[in-house]
Design a protein around this ligand. Structure first.
Ligand code: PHB
Ligand code: FE
Length: 329
């Protein structure tokens, strides 16, 4: 039985409203309204519907990701790996210091089902929450008009070891529906030539990662392209802005592969500004475990995100066993 609590479609706009615990979510032609109980009253918050759906899409397709997914400075989720905390104002001093914030914990399947139902009902035909603004329609606005189930059910691409190996993720080509993106028309498409010693033919593998990325049809959606125990290379192509403000529960490394991305980095707990990092091709940055960050990319760029999937890391940072910085200067 579904645990999703949805209203009948609104008679004027056609959209359903949803309840999740003590939170409620509704949308109109331009905005989403989120409300929650605070002290003896009910507070509410407004987000543009396009920004909300792009953030919701990431939360759903990444399974709540590592740590905190802030939709904006007020609303977000914290992954407890098995359950998820949904919060409003908890990591924003203006709300938190006055007792106006609210946090509720849900079993992961329950919040996931609800978020999927919201995404499905509020995404109109022609709008792709993974696309860059210049590559999708403006049908996200206005009254309910069809749906785009194929776009919102796209899975994050992950490999077992590396794309292109037998029984592993496929490489991208014109033939399987991945043409070169307009921003990467100049990217060399030759695959590397591998000359293995006799007997090692099945143990050596190489791909043209630039070619692979030039054919990505999504933005701000890292795909896993190499798995070495708990070390995951998650390259991605970035145009416009990261639709969430990610709060880290571990250190992440960024390697800028092309073009330029500017990162705004703030304190994880309060959001107070900590740094702006402007990354050019070849630049490497470590994002500490105690920050939140959001990237801005004026032209589609290639970025390698290096994730550490070692189990138990969040507790080791929380307890102070591990420093939030990977290196001491
Ligand atoms: C991140 O939070 O580190 C992140 C998420 C998605 C991206 C890039 C970076 O596309
Ligand atoms: Fe991050």
């Amino acid at each position: 039985m579904s645990t999703v609590q949805a209203s009948a479609p609104h008679p004027h706009t056609g959209y359903k409203s949803f309840e999740l615990g003590a939170f409620s979510f509704s949308r109109d032609e331009y905005f989403v309204t989120i409300s929650w109980p605070a002290r003896e009253a009910k507070l509410s918050h407004t987000m543009p519907v396009d920004a909300f759906l792009k953030a919701l899409m990431r939360d759903v397709s990444w399974g709540f990701f590592y740590g905190w997914v802030n939709f904006d400075a007020v609303l977000g989720t914290r992954n407890r790996y098995g359950s998820v905390e949904l919060y409003a104002g908890r990591y924003n001093d203006g709300y938190h210091d006055w007792g106006l914030d609210y946090v509720e914990t849900f079993e992961t399947p329950h919040i996931l089902d609800t978020f999927k139902a919201v995404l499905a009902d509020w995404t109109n035909a022609g709008f792709d929450p993974f696309a860059a603004p210049a590559e999708t329609g403006t049908t996200v606005f206005g009254k309910k008009n069809g749906d785009n189930i194929a776009a919102i059910e796209r899975n994050r691409e992950t490999c077992r070891r590396m794309p292109g190996l037998p029984n592993d993720a496929s490489l991208r080509s014109d033939d399987n529906g991945y043409p070169i993106n307009r921003a990467f028309a100049d990217v060399d498409q030759d695959e590397p030539e591998v000359q293995a010693e006799p007997g090692f033919e099945n143990e050596v593998h190489a791909i043209n990662l630039f070619k692979y990325l030039s054919r990505s049809d999504v933005t701000w959606n890292p795909s896993v392209t190499s798995v070495c125990r708990n070390s995951l290379f998650c390259p991605t192509t970035e145009e416009h802005m990261l639709p969430i403000i990610h709060g880290n529960d571990r250190v992440e490394w960024f390697i800028q592969l092309s073009d330029q991305i500017t990162w705004q980095v703030g304190d994880k707990e309060t959001g107070r500004p900590r740094a702006r990092v402007i990354m050019n091709p070849g630049d490497v940055a470590a994002m500490p475990a105690d920050i939140r960050h959001q990237g801005f990319s004026p032209k589609r760029a290639m970025l390698l995100v290096w994730e550490n999937a070692t189990p138990g890391l969040p507790d080791r940072y929380d307890s102070g066993e591990l420093s939030p910085y990977p290196i001491k200067i």
